[in-house]
Design a protein around this ligand. Sequence first.
Ligand SMILES: Cc1cc2nc3c(=O)[nH]c(=O)nc-3n(C[C@H](O)[C@H](O)[C@H](O)COP(=O)(O)OP(=O)(O)OC[C@H]3O[C@@H](n4cnc5c(N)ncnc54)[C@H](O)[C@@H]3O)c2cc1C
Length: 406
Amino acid sequence: MKQHIAVIGGGVIGLSTAYALIRAGHDVTLIEQNEDVGLGASYANGGQLSYRYVSPLADAGIPRQALGWMLKPGSPVSLHLRADPRQWRWMLSFLSACNRSTNRRNAKSLLQLGLEGQAEMAAWRADGLDGYFWRQAGKLVLYRQNKAFRKAVSAIQDPILEQALSPAECAKIEPAFAHLEPDLAGGIFSPEDEVADSYLFCKALKTSLLSHQKFRFLPGKAALVPETAKRCALMVDGTRFATDLVVLAAGLNARDIAAPLGIHLPLYGLKGYSLTLRPSPETLPSVSVTDYDNRIVYARLGDALRVAAMVDIGAEDRSLNPNRLASLRNLVRQTLPGVIAHNIPDAPWTGLRPATPTGVPMVGHSGCENLLLNVGHGALGFTLAAGSAARIVKMIGQAHGDGAQK
Ligand SMILES: Cc1cc2nc3c(=O)[nH]c(=O)nc-3n(C[C@H](O)[C@H](O)[C@H](O)COP(=O)(O)OP(=O)(O)OC[C@H]3O[C@@H](n4cnc5c(N)ncnc54)[C@H](O)[C@@H]3O)c2cc1C
């Protein structure tokens, strides 16, 4: 027996969850506070489906580097300490995850989740889900520092799927970045990594979902309140909404939605920026590129170039900081002069990555019988969306035999 499931949140995580649940035969209502989907962190992200490049930010050496970031205004990562207990709690947990063994363990579990998602997304494309500039572009991570390059080479798990390249080989794989060759220590190329437009992916999921009789899109603001010691009730715009099970997939806002149940989610919003440019087609890279030292990603999406970067810790708001944007534009101008020289519009955008301290999302049980979590995907939400959705479906199946709710 299948059940009725309400999914809170119409970002890439909530929509992927809804899509996977519909494929599994459930009745699904997706509740989104905005009139349309994909307008939160999923809107203009880097477009990377970087299944092989999932090492979390928390790693050995990061605390020392953070001191440098605090002192250098234009750095790709910035840290502002606030009188905000949430930030301090998050940072303490983050610091305790900053060691090699924790980083390796978490990277391994993210790799597994990503690869599950890659297979799941392939199945969705086979369903006919398209219209979001998906390409298996391959991903090239460029390193200028020998130490960082050697560390990346030592972490390679499969030398066919993650190839260590010389600077000359990097230039050959992606000629748009060939002028950087003299500055490079090397690169890692993952030929099977992909790119796509996350917002168009959200729209494609919604369009496909709306064609299913068992799906309903409900615009409204969702809230959760305790019903019994072990169960919660779902409210939409103040009215009780009856459902068998709720999946909370509301990005950073999940923190506030879960709090009345006594569930304290360790999420913090790591602010980032993107630019979307439409330069002349011959200047566009074909391969997706990460400039490791500047922590900038470049992805060609259709005839546009999406550039995404910056991790601002302690800036949990959605304002476009002109200084950070100027730093980003400068870095892009230095790295790809041909692209930004024409003074073309660059559609600046900012979003808050809903991050756990470890970088590993919370997918599964919440402690409340009728509530599952699918939150905390941080810098990798697009990459991990389909895998996380598949895990939710699997958990529901395992908990209820053939999927039936008691
Ligand atoms: C600059 C930047 C670049 C990035 N680049 C990449 C990348 O290249 N690859 C990658 O894999 N990931 C990337 N990410 C991360 C990725 O974008 C996020 O992890 C992902 O979008 C999170 O999706 P989400 O659905 O959890 O959150 P969101 O997209 O924020 O969606 C949450 C939704 O819940 C809704 N909601 C909230 N509260 C309620 C409520 N009470 N009731 C109803 N609805 C509610 C919101 O309106 C929103 O639509 C990037 C992020 C940023 C900021």
